[in-house]
Design a protein. Structure first.
Length: 219
């Protein structure tokens, strides 16, 4: 396996499990708008894609309604949902091992960058990363391809070899391919094996320790 000098990580479903906070925030938004409640399985589909896309595609809302739903979502999320979140077991050890072995670690998430920084600082994970790249609160730079491109530019990384994107959803894999870098699909998050294979993940990692092995060229 290739040894990667730079490793980009998705946040939700890859470093932390944000399920409870995202589900509660979406449910709060739908309730405030008088829309039907959704089952947990349906709410889980909001984890990974840009938030606007979730409300647009999964709830069938028009742009005005999407903006309203996002505002209500953030009303709950900023107060409670952001910390209804847990770090996956083994993640900090993985980050420590990769950093000790000279890997440059970067976060590339569709979540607004300001929230990503808050979460990583809250869980004392921020120091492991050379840069934390995310979307904007106004909905711009929210696709994974845009965020990856932004992260590569900020860190002055050339596309091609020596860099890999690690994530749990098809958006991570498709975004990596669009920017010409390798990808690792993790199976402990919210994306299925079928989703990641169909998206074209270069490697699948069942456990956190497998991500470490792949990124060090041992997987």
């Amino acid at each position: 396996m290739e040894k990667y000098a730079s490793v980009l990580f998705d946040l939700d479903g890859t470093l932390t499990d944000p399920g409870k906070g995202i589900r509660n925030s979406v449910a709060y938004a739908l309730d405030k708008m008088g829309l039907p409640k959704q089952a947990q399985q349906e709410l889980n589909l909001f984890i990974g894609p840009p938030l606007q896309e979730g409300f647009r595609r999964l709830c069938g809302l028009d742009e005005k309604q999407v903006n309203e739903a996002v505002a209500y979502y953030r009303e709950y999320y900023q107060e409670k949902g952001i910390f209804e979140n847990v770090v996956y077991p083994g993640v900090e050890q993985m980050l420590q091992t990769l950093k000790n072995n000279g890997r440059r670690l970067i976060v590339a998430t569709s979540k607004p960058e300001v929230y990503a920084r808050q979460i990583l600082e809250h869980f004392c994970l921020a120091p492991y990363f050379a840069y934390i790249a995310g979307g904007n609160l106004d909905g711009s730079r929210c696709t994974k391809s845009e965020v990856i491109r932004y992260a590569l530019e900020k860190c002055r990384i050339k596309k091609g070899t020596g860099c890999v994107m690690v994530g749990d959803r098809k958006h991570d894999i498709i975004g990596a391919k669009g920017e010409g870098i390798a990808s690792v699909g993790v199976l402990y998050g919210y994306g299925s094996r079928e989703e990641l294979v169909m998206a074209g993940a270069d490697v699948l990692a069942e456990y956190v320790k497998d991500v470490t092995a792949v990124c060090l060229g041992n997987g």
